[in-house]
Design a protein around this ligand. Sequence first.
Ligand SMILES: Cc1cc2nc3c(=O)[nH]c(=O)nc-3n(C[C@H](O)[C@H](O)[C@H](O)COP(=O)(O)O)c2cc1C
Length: 326
Amino acid sequence: MKNLEIKYLGLTLNNPIVVGSSGLTAHIEQLVELEKAGAGAVVLKSIFEEQIAGEAYAMRYYTDSPDAADYLGQYTQMHRLDEHLRLIRQAKARCSMPIIASLNCVSAGQWTAFAQKMEEAGADALELNVFLLPLDRDSNTEAIEQAYFDTVASVCRTVSIPVSVKIGSNFTNIPHIIQELYFRGARGVVLFNRFFEPDIDVENMQMTAAPAFSDPSELRRVLRWLAIASCRVDTLDYAATTGIHSGPDAVKALLAGARTVQICSAVYQQGNGVIAQLKEYLCRWMTEHTFDRVEDLVGRMNYGRVIDPLAYERTQFMRHFAEREE
Ligand SMILES: Cc1cc2nc3c(=O)[nH]c(=O)nc-3n(C[C@H](O)[C@H](O)[C@H](O)COP(=O)(O)O)c2cc1C
């Protein structure tokens, strides 16, 4: 029997397969089913700062009275938050796996108090889903990065549960960003969030949405940066998200440096049974490669431990094409 137990953000998970934040983790009955299906932990559907603020703001139009507008705005905000807190409390009452709450932040503000309420409701950890879309050509990189750091610092000051930060891949220097997040109090990072992407329908000249679900090929970018960052900044825990659809994908992410792998598209497309499939493959792979504990394979092929680290540095295809032409 293989030992799949893993420490992540100071929590003990009975296995590294985590169901990522999404509609799959938005209702209590789904959480109970995911635990039955063998998930090591879940990240709850994010509560969105912008959405709450937007809904609260929209309520102002239902009245001419400023006092009533304020009241309605605050009521809407508290109602949305209460629903989320109820989910955390229910999850803690009915599941024994760790429950990671998720907060989508676009600014460091008053609302960071939401994080405190999530902690009080019993969340074991908090994942911050932060993404700022730079639209102002006069904002420089430093100012934008500082906004990320301020947001994370203000949440980490507010709560005492561990905080991880789920980031996108569009930073100039990913290890630097991760190190700075660690200095602000983050205990983990989740690489990389996969965002909604707009597309264009050329027939009708209309905006459409790109597919919501990932493709396994999207894992490669995650692997490179997991391997490099987990070696360069080894003071916090790494989780992988985007493109993990099969057992081999999960093993790759763990070898590159992830302590947990988050799955989302795979569960939407293949059902909860995919969790058992991933775990079965992991156990089989560990037997074939003589690992008894999953802890021992984490990072075994990261940038610092792989025989050919240049493989992670290579970015150009020059040699590949030169060889093909010979
Ligand atoms: C329908 C849907 C809803 C999602 N909602 C959230 C969310 O609320 N918060 C969040 O951090 N990520 C959200 N995500 C992103 C997923 O957690 C995950 O990072 C992404 O889908 C990549 O993982 P995958 O390749 O396993 O799908 C959502 C993804 C999907 C497909």
